[in-house]
Ligand binder design. Structure first.
Ligand SMILES: Cc1cc2nc3c(=O)[nH]c(=O)nc-3n(C[C@H](O)[C@H](O)[C@H](O)COP(=O)(O)OP(=O)(O)OC[C@H]3O[C@@H](n4cnc5c(N)ncnc54)[C@H](O)[C@@H]3O)c2cc1C
Length: 302
């Protein structure tokens, strides 16, 4: 790791000033993405601005008909929050599926969204639920926030302060997990909102998280898993990742049907393999994540 100067601001304004003053400064929240990259000397920010001591930046509360989650709320906070569990249980469940306990007790929602890993879980929830990402400068709809692999519309000196999730009528999230990191090989978030239905997919697109409008239209007409039978995801959404994408219509059907766990077989999610088959699949899945480039180009994360 290269030498850097550590700053611990007490307010978002102080943090923003530090970013403006020090051009190459980087924000740090949970450090679970940034620190490994720095340890490998793939990044050398001369200044680190730590958000984790800013009081109130991790608040989780209801704001009218929306759930507000502060940028430094950790995945474990979201997973165990009674407010989240009552408002959007699918979001609490998603947070509980992220990584392992160490990751969940350090990683933050703001860091995850700013990083926009194409296999991260929160982007699918933000897109499907129609979240608004609030920064120290503006409000960004999820659609305008996510710009592609490890890319967002955040400016260099912009700080995510909270995320607002309008309450859906129903929602569910389901993912195939990488057996080592627990990142989503593919994750699907389905949300029935007051006026429409949204289906967002993480892990399977060469441009990062995306919506599947064909599924959304079918589910809007009739909110039943049956309507997805025979539907396919347009090749343009998947791009280079087509070879490793399982049956997304089936995943969406299961998310719609409220299934929590899914057994995966090489030829599709329905059959449950034996122990030897499972070991082979675990190896296959780990290889597939590398192929997508999740950890292949850590410098691109910054
Ligand atoms: C072993 C392992 C397993 C994981 N498994 C999963 C998984 O299953 N699913 C999943 O979704 N993720 C997973 N992750 C990622 C994890 O959720 C990280 O915590 C997350 O990607 C980054 O959050 P952080 O708070 O640690 O961010 P940091 O590492 O502190 O920062 C990441 C980036 O975001 C920027 N940043 C941080 N906060 C803000 C802010 N408020 N405003 C603007 N920019 C900001 C930083 O400058 C940096 O560029 C895993 C990570 C590890 C190490």
């Amino acid at each position: 790791m290269y030498e850097f100067k550590y700053h611990r601001p007490a307010t978002v304004r102080q943090a923003a000033n530090l970013l403006t003053k020090n051009e190459e400064a980087k924000l740090i929240a949970g450090g679970h993405t940034l620190v490994p990259v720095m340890k490998q000397r793939l990044a050398n920010p001369p200044h680190l601005v730590d958000l984790s001591h800013i009081e109130g930046l991790d608040a989780i509360e209801m704001k009218g008909r929306a759930l507000s989650i502060g940028a430094t709320a950790k995945h474990a906070d979201v997973a165990t929050s009674a407010t989240v569990g009552e408002a959007i249980p699918a979001l609490a469940e998603l947070a509980g599926l992220i990584g392992d306990p160490a990751v969940r007790h350090k990683g933050t929602i703001g860091g995850s969204l700013a990083n926009n890993d194409p296999t991260a879980d929160y982007p699918a929830a933000c897109l499907a639920l129609g979240a608004t990402i609030i920064t120290n400068k503006r409000r960004l709809k999820a659609e305008e926030f996510f710009q592609g692999l490890f890319s967002t519309s955040l400016e260099a000196d912009e700080i995510i302060t909270k995320v607002l999730f309008p309450l859906p009528k129903k929602a569910a999230y389901i993912k195939f997990r990488n057996q080592a990191s627990r990142y989503a090989l593919v994750g699907v978030f389905v949300a029935k909102r007051p006026s429409d239905v949204r289906v967002a997919v993480t892990g399977a697109g060469s441009g990062g998280v995306f919506r599947v409008t064909a599924f959304e239209e079918a589910l809007k007409k009739r909110f039943s898993p049956k309507v997805l039978e025979g539907l396919n995801v347009p090749a343009a959404c998947i791009g280079r990742c087509a070879a490793r994408t399982p049956d997304l219509a089936r995943l969406s059907r299961r998310a719609r049907a409220g299934h929590r766990h899914l057994s995966v077989a090489a030829d599709g999610p329905a059959a449950v393999p034996g122990r030897r088959g499972r070991r082979r699949q675990d190896r296959d899945r780990q290889g597939a994540v590398g192929g997508l480039g999740t950890q292949a180009d850590p410098a691109a994360m910054l």
